[in-house]
Design a protein around this ligand. Structure first.
Ligand code: PLP
Length: 473
């Protein structure tokens, strides 16, 4: 193609319809009726501008402009669909990672969502005491239920902030600013790529006093590090890695005894913080929040959207005197959560009180290999007629994820897919492009699907996605 001259370019521009002409086309007028005139007009201007730019750049000749003009209403509709579509959308999580940080961690229960919707669509008693008719505190909405669930008694209570990173920052700043915090070198962890204990410590204004070595820290190491500048003994859960072999770490009990003897508070950053017994899903050696408090930790910090299965939040449970000091820190005002979070958290906690099995994370963790296998075989036979798609069923492991129990996996059944003539990456890509997108694992040139994290009501949407991906990928 030769580059058009100024004169031919001007002629090409004249072949383009005006925005109004484009809007009067019957199919475009129909779109305006459904989606509103303003949005359709915006898309009309955008697609015309795109063709104009192509003409100006000399990338469209006579025939090219004809094609572009003929395709204007279709291009307009595509543009409109893309611009009116949500960026944040639901996906089907077929990875088997229950707490997948990139996929939004804990899915909320219908009850939590319904309560949040009811509270958020109108006014609420967020900070209003209905008894006295006076100002109340938002904290009460989570404190009541957690007091019972954690058997806190009157000497302890709970505070809610934006996430667990905020909880740790707030606690360190409130309890140890300007002083020293003793931590084992083996616990100076990075979680989720951006939460590093030394960095959070520095921002809190507390001074990190590292003790021991990466693999071995003894209680005597903590003891020797205590000076009159020490404000806190900190223990951090190794959420996403394990140190095995020649290791030593004092028990929480030893740390608590030392704290008592030297009159120093002990804080445990649990991270995942289960409100149920993890042994009930086959994961051993992981302390829950209640256990840590029973052992004597003065403050325990944990996430709302990890094993607790609720909304994003950070919870601080512990000695009332310390929690009250933390509550008085002006930073709390910057880190507190809104009514949506309180509503979703309260509904999630109520599900624990009722033991009604409505917390999705718990339901997924409790699915047996057999239950998952039955659904997997159902899907396999449903898709037997799809040409090009080979589906095998095999045993595998699901991961809890979310920085919980690093070595813990749950037995599951996997669907292993291969599509004749296409790579596993191509098939996985086609699945991501379906609506709703399906996110799967790719391993050894196969696409692996784990139904543990697929809601049963999504099984048929998943089957549709697989049919389509097998056809077009
Ligand atoms: C996940 C985690 C955090 C960070 O919690 P967020 O809720 O993601 O802010 C901090 N500490 C530990 C030990 C964790 O596992």
């Amino acid at each position: 193609m030769t580059r058009p001259t100024e004169a031919t370019r001007a002629a090409l521009f004249r072949r383009l319809p005006a925005v109004d002409e484009l809007l009067r086309l019957p199919e475009v007028a129909g779109l305006s009726e459904r989606e509103g005139h303003a949005a359709v007009a915006d898309s009309a201007r955008a697609v015309l501008e795109e063709v104009r730019r192509a003409i100006a750049a000399g990338t469209l000749d006579d025939a090219g402009v004809d094609l572009a003009v003929a395709g204007l209403s279709a291009a307009l509709e595509r543009h409109l669909r893309a611009s009116l579509r949500y960026s944040l959308r639901p996906v089907i999580n077929a990875t088997g990672v229950v707490l997948h940080t990139n996929l939004g961690r804990a899915p909320l229960s219908r009850e939590a969502l319904a309560h949040a919707a009811e509270v958020a669509c109108g006014y609420s008693n967020l900070e209003y005491d209905l008894e006295t008719g006076e100002r109340g505190e938002r904290d009460t909405h989570a404190q009541r239920l957690l007091a019972g669930l954690l058997e806190l008694g009157t000497h302890a209570t709970t505070l809610v902030v934006n996430n667990n990173a905020a909880a740790v920052l707030l606690a360190l700043n409130s309890l140890a600013e300007g002083g020293e915090v003793v931590v084992s070198r083996g616990e100076l962890v990075e979680i989720g790529g951006s939460f590093r204990i030394p960095d959070v410590m520095a921002k809190s204004g507390a001074i990190l006093r590292e003790v021991g070595t990466t693999n071995r820290t003894r209680i005597s190491d903590y003891e020797q590090a205590i000076t009159d500048r020490t404000r806190l003994l900190l223990r951090v859960h190794r959420s996403n890695f394990q140190i095995t072999g020649f290791t030593e770490q004092p028990s929480l009990q030893q740390l608590v005894d030392l704290g008592r003897a030297r009159q120093l508070p002990v804080m445990e950053d649990l991270g995942s913080g289960a409100l149920f017994d993890l042994a009930s899903v086959g994961v051993s050696g992981e302390p829950g929040v209640a256990e840590s408090l029973r052992t004597g930790a003065d403050v325990v910090t944990y996430s709302g959207d990890k094993l607790l299965g609720g909304p994003q939040a950070g919870l601080l449970s512990g000695q009332r005197e310390l929690i009250t000091r933390i509550r008085k820190n002006p930073l709390f005002r910057a880190l507190r959560v809104d009514k949506l979070t309180y509503a979703a958290l309260e509904a999630t906690l109520l599900a624990y009180v009722r033991r009604d099995g409505s917390v999705p994370v718990l339901r997924m963790l409790r699915l047996s290999r057999q239950e998952i296998g039955e659904r997997a075989r159902g899907l396999q036979s449903k898709l037997r007629d799809v040409a090009n798609l080979a589906i095998e069923i095999e045993q595998g492991e699901s991961m809890i994820g979310g920085g919980a129990a690093p070595a813990a996996t749950l037995p599951t059944v996997l669907l292993a897919l291969t599509r004749a003539g296409r790579s596993a990456d191509q098939l996985a890509r086609a699945l991501r492009q379906w609506e709703p997108p399906v996110i799967a694992r790719v391993e050894d040139e196969r696409v692996l699907l784990d139904l543990r994290t697929v809601f049963p009501e999504q099984d048929s949407a998943l089957a549709d996605a697989l049919r389509q991906a097998a056809g077009t990928s």
